[in-house]
Ligand binder design. Structure first.
Ligand code: PHB
Length: 401
């Protein structure tokens, strides 16, 4: 995994010293769904590969999530979690399907709540982004919206286009998983419809070549993500339901030729539902994981999310993410997005700093993240060994982490 540094920063060039993070809106309370957050810097969903061979979270994950929740009133979003065993398409990513998986998540959620913070479960299907041989070995079909392979090389494996029955089953799996998340104590779920994973494989005109009601026109390509959010909201409540989109990313072949029209349509349809969703999560052009994490090509740099925020018009808060630093996050909430209720999610700085929110607020230097340990399978190394700051520990009256 090559390094993608220097880190792109959406507003760094324009960021002025508006004010220090501590005085900014980043630390003003915000109502999100049923939650009253005490800051606007949630932890972004981050794949970490610390689940076992059964896709069950390991016990030490409770410490990781609980530590990062240590400033009360922080919103923690889980790593992407599979909605069915079929969608557990890569080793060691978690699922929320079996009872042991639900029990493991319950302990994690309790650890977050014990700190006075909040927890949303990000839920997904991976579709063709699965490892084809891994899925086959487990006796499941390797499938997507269409039979378009992810790579164009000779080794490319063609997924099978999903049947109508499988599409209906996927909607149901999202609903059932959302219910299991809430039963395990989660404050809500974030539906992953970004980055070339299953729902995005329906949105993208480059991937979805279907000719039935699930493909072709914008209306048809948008149908599955919209149906999923409609049914999840009906099952657990709109105020517990959020959606994530990455309009500009090219990760895993997910670029769209008609992003402006597609996302305008999606927003219009979401607004027509007349529901108060918890939040809308949007990835900036600079947040493409292909470039940010895996050192690949940048797509659509310079494009902004502004048209989506305008169309959404504060229907509920919006979360943005993608290479933000403290000053650019301040600039985002104080200047660029000042008309809206915006949160700025952080990923890599959060994984490397259990007391990230405290450090941000108090101007304490951050631990540096170590990219080579991001995905150390089932290891506590690079996971539970990033220290709290001394100041934080002293304030909390603890001798050691
Ligand atoms: C990843 O596992 O690399 C990953 C997962 C979810 C995302 C982006 C990247 O949204």
């Amino acid at each position: 995994m090559p390094s993608a540094d220097p880190m792109p920063e959406p507003f760094q060039a324009k960021a002025r010293d508006v004010c220090a993070p501590a005085e900014s809106r980043l630390f003003k309370p915000l109502k999100v769904g049923n939650m009253l957050l005490q800051n606007r810097v949630p932890m972004a969903p981050l794949t970490r590969m610390r689940s076992d061979e059964e896709h069950t979270p390991l016990d030490f994950m409770a410490k990781y999530y609980g530590d990062r929740a240590s400033v009360p009133g922080t919103l923690i979003i889980s790593e992407a979690t599979a909605i069915s065993h079929n969608e557990e398409g890569q080793p060691n990513i978690p699922g929320l399907v079996s009872d042991p998986q639900a029990e493991a998540w319950r302990k994690i959620i309790e650890a977050v709540h014990a700190k006075g913070s909040f927890f949303f479960q990000q839920i997904w299907g991976v579709g063709r982004a699965a490892q084809a041989d891994y899925v086959a070995k487990r006796g499941f079909p390797y499938r997507s919206s269409s039979n378009v392979p992810m790579d164009d090389g000779e080794a490319a494996v063609n997924p099978r286009a999903m049947t109508e029955e499988e599409i209906q089953g996927t909607i149901q799996a999202f609903v059932d998983t959302a219910k299991r998340a809430v039963a395990a104590g989660a404050d809500g779920v974030e539906i992953h419809s970004a980055h070339g994973y299953l729902l995005d494989q329906f949105l993208s005109d480059k991937i979805n070549t279907r000719t039935d009601k699930w493909g072709g026109s914008i209306e048809n390509r948008a149908r599955l993500p919209l149906e999923v959010i409609r049914q999840v909201a009906a099952a657990i409540g709109a105020e517990r339901t959020a959606m994530r989109f990455s309009p500009f990313a090219g990760f895993q072949g997910s670029e769209k030729g008609d992003a402006q029209e597609l996302y305008t349509y999606l927003i219009e349809e979401l607004k027509k539902m007349n529901l108060k969703f918890a939040y809308l999560s949007l990835v900036e052009a600079t947040g493409d994981p292909g470039a940010l994490i895996f050192g690949g090509k940048q797509h659509n740099l310079g494009k902004t999310l502004d048209f989506i925020l305008e169309a959404w018009d504060n229907t509920s808060p919006v979360m943005v993410a993608g290479g933000y630093k403290p000053q650019s996050a301040v600039w985002a909430v104080e200047e660029h997005y000042k008309k809206w209720d915006v949160m700025v999610a952080f990923g890599r700085l959060f994984l490397a700093n259990p007391d990230f929110v405290y450090r941000l607020q108090h101007g304490i230097e951050f631990n540096k993240y170590n990219r080579s340990t991001f995905y150390l399978v089932m290891q506590e190394e690079g996971y539970n060994d990033y220290p709290f700051s001394e100041v934080f520990l002293q304030e909390r009256g603890k001798a050691s982490p």
